[in-house]
Design a binder for this molecule. Structure first.
Ligand code: ACO
Length: 327
């Protein structure tokens, strides 16, 4: 049996840091409120002229370097993002060109904060089906460009960043992606979405004046569904593999809000030392949170051969999913 193994991880965070104290000067909020409600202390903001494709390319280069794989060997690039450089073509194609991954075919996945686990699921299926041997999976965002910096309900939450993994085919391997469970429910669209500009709400002066292009969210409603869905999809992964919470070496959830992560971990019955949290440093970088956290944990030596790693994400759509990996 062929399994998809992660052989390299990489990440890229913009240099510019925006602290809660910086945001205090922009909207009616306080550092104390943001920390108490979200756990976020600061986030990274892309520089002028720094785009999602740039962050994605740097993260991918670092993952390739760790894997010892050249860009020319890559068969496919899948990039989870909701803040691509353009509505089309896919940002993955820009990354392909930047890397010189001439053999690869490249496409984006739009699943908001679940973008990376959705992409990982596609890539793992591609490898297991024997259609290719080496795949780059990326989550990359510049959410600072779609956040309304006059709306205190949302602007405190988000940041920019990118993470990437190299997946390689391994014959008869114990390690690799063990399972993927993905879900969607389109009935929740208006709790979390970006109204403009697609083809339904097109550009006009009035729409811009009314802040229509920016991300909209009903945070407390999202919160409740997020905790329930993250819990259920995590338990689904464990049950499908005949494992229990005590078998999990590290839970790397989508980093949305510390309270969401703690509530979810408690419901799954995980201890604090089983949960990786870095939301205080980067905020919610949507599709990038999980691969950034994985790369940090990997480079810190926290992911060891044989470890069971549980990834779970939830985001706009609504979309949610889990991936279970044996490292
Ligand atoms: N500073 C100060 N006060 C604020 C701020 C702010 N930045 N934002 C909102 N408030 C106020 C509200 O206006 C409200 O005031 P009111 O009681 O006078 O009306 C009060 O704080 C409480 O607002 P709630 O929205 O009920 O606060 P809540 O405890 O739910 O926290 C938060 C808000 C942090 C957005 C939370 O609901 C949340 O994290 N939700 C999840 C959203 C999320 O992470 N979405 C990202 C995508 S999905 C995902 O990644 C899981």
């Amino acid at each position: 049996m062929i399994r998809a193994r992660i052989t390299g991880t990489g990440s890229c965070l913009p240099e510019k840091i925006r602290t809660n104290f910086d945001i205090e000067k922009m909207v009616d909020t306080t550092n104390d409120w943001i920390i108490a409600r979200t756990g976020i202390e600061e986030r990274r903001i892309a520089a002028d002229g720094e785009f999602t494709s740039d962050l994605a390319t740097r993260a991918a280069e670092r993952a390739l370097e760790m894997a010892g794989v050249s860009a020319a060997e890559i068969d496919m690039i899948v990039l989870g993002t909701i803040t691509g450089d353009y509505p089309w073509p896919a940002t993955a194609c820009i990354v392909q060109e930047n890397l010189g991954a001439d053999k690869a075919y490249a496409y984006d996945i739009s699943a908001a904060c679940s973008g990376f686990v959705y992409a990982l699921s596609c890539a793992s299926d591609f490898i297991q089906a024997g259609r290719g041997k080496k795949v780059l999976v990326i989550g990359a965002e510049t959410l600072s460009r779609i956040v309304d910096w006059t709306d205190r309900n949302t602007c405190v939450l988000f940041g920019d960043g990118a993470g990437a993994v190299v997946l390689e085919a391994a014959e008869d391997s114990e390690s690799g992606v063990l399972s993927s469970h993905m879900h969607s429910d389109g009935s929740y669209l208006d709790l979390l979405y970006q109204p403009g500009f697609g083809t339904r709400v097109t550009p006009s002066v009035e729409n811009i004046t009314d802040h229509i292009p920016y991300l909209k969210m009903q945070g407390n409603e999202v919160f409740k569904v997020a905790v329930r869905s993250l819990t259920n999809v995590s338990l689904e992964a464990l049950e499908a593999n005949g494992l229990s919470a005590s078998d999990v070496s590290l839970f790397i959830p989508h980093q949305a809000n510390k309270r969401i992560l703690e509530a979810t971990a408690k419901r799954i019955k995980l201890n604090d030392d089983q949960v990786y949290i870095n939301v205080h440093k980067y905020g919610n970088t949507s599709g990038a949170t999980i691969p950034v956290a994985m790369d940090e944990a990997n480079r810190a030596g926290l992911l060891k051969s044989g470890d069971v790693i549980l990834l779970s994400a939830f985001g706009g759509g609504f979309t949610w999913g889990s991936t279970l990996i044996r490292w």
